[in-house]
Design a protein around this ligand. Structure first.
Ligand SMILES: O=S(=O)(CCO)c1ccc(-c2ccc(C3CCCC3)c([C@H]3C[C@H]3c3ccccn3)c2)cc1
Length: 238
């Protein structure tokens, strides 16, 4: 593993997020707040220092793509502006490895909040499925706020959000009955998207919750559709 000062944290947080995502939405603590076909979005209403920091967990089933493809397009900075509509600027501050970056993002102003930026490491990895041998490997992409000497400290300008986000994907293959080749029609990708965003500065709770309710379903629907469109008619990446 690369000898980078962030590596121990990247390893710990990524595996913690994997376990957190795999807990699903049991326990009755999760409140279903949006549904669209296979996509179900849950939240918990929590406040930190009077700020709404509502953990979010979404589950979705997407046909025709693999978890490797889904997490690849989520991780790739090159395509982020194709699906992230709330992004204004993005800069890769450091390439720690081909699967690990430090990214600074400036998001568009979302009324009534003032403009925000986010500084985080981003990591993607394949995790062998330790419970079910003949299942496909699990893929996880994880974004977690970090410090970086190259990021402006924003005195008095931009408010910096703190976030931890993960996208965990499990691919299933239903092989064709006639023993023919596996095509995209035989692929199903089960997705769990988790996010905890601390807005970093005061936003009226009701307004922030309205933004969450509007933006998250739009975001996950647009992102997953983008991946389906990109992968259509392309060779399958397992
Ligand atoms: O999954 S990612 O890593 C994808 C890479 O971009 C991610 C996702 C979401 C955010 C983000 C950042 C700021 C805000 C708020 C906080 C106060 C005002 C802006 C929100 C809240 C508003 C919710 C939201 C959800 C989805 C999309 C945009 N807006 C979300 C950042 C990164």
């Amino acid at each position: 593993a690369p000898a980078h000062p962030l590596w121990p944290e990247i390893e710990r947080v990524t595996l913690e997020q994997l376990q957190y995502a795999r807990l699903g939405v049991e326990g009755g603590v999760w409140q279903l707040f949006a549904e669209d076909g296979e996509m179900k979005m849950y939240k918990r209403e929590e406040e930190v220092d009077g700020l709404a920091v509502d953990p979010l967990k979404a589950v979705h089933t997407v046909k025709g793509v693999t978890g490797r493809e889904m997490t690849h397009y989520f991780f790739s900075p090159d395509v982020r502006f194709e699906w992230e509509t709330t992004l204004e600027q993005m800069k890769v501050l450091e390439t720690i490895a081909d699967d690990t970056l430090v990214i600074l993002q400036i998001h568009k102003r979302v009324w009534p909040a003032s403009q925000r930026d986010a500084l985080f490491w981003s990591h993607v990895r394949r995790v062998p499925n330790d419970t079910d041998r003949d299942a496909q490997d699990i893929w996880i992409a994880c974004n977690h706020s970090t410090e970086h000497h190259e990021a402006p400290s924003n005195e008095g300008k931009m408010v910096r959000v703190a976030l931890t986000v993960c996208l965990v994907c499990q691919t299933s293959i239903e092989p064709p009955a006639d023993g023919g080749p596996v095509t995209r029609d035989h692929l199903t990708c089960k997705i769990t998207y988790c996010s905890v965003v601390n807005p970093g500065g005061w936003v009226p709770t009701s307004a922030l919750r309205a933004v969450y309710k509007r933006e998250y379903p739009k975001f996950l629907k647009r992102f997953t559709q983008y991946v389906k469109d990109r992968c259509d008619k392309q060779p399958i990446l397992f």
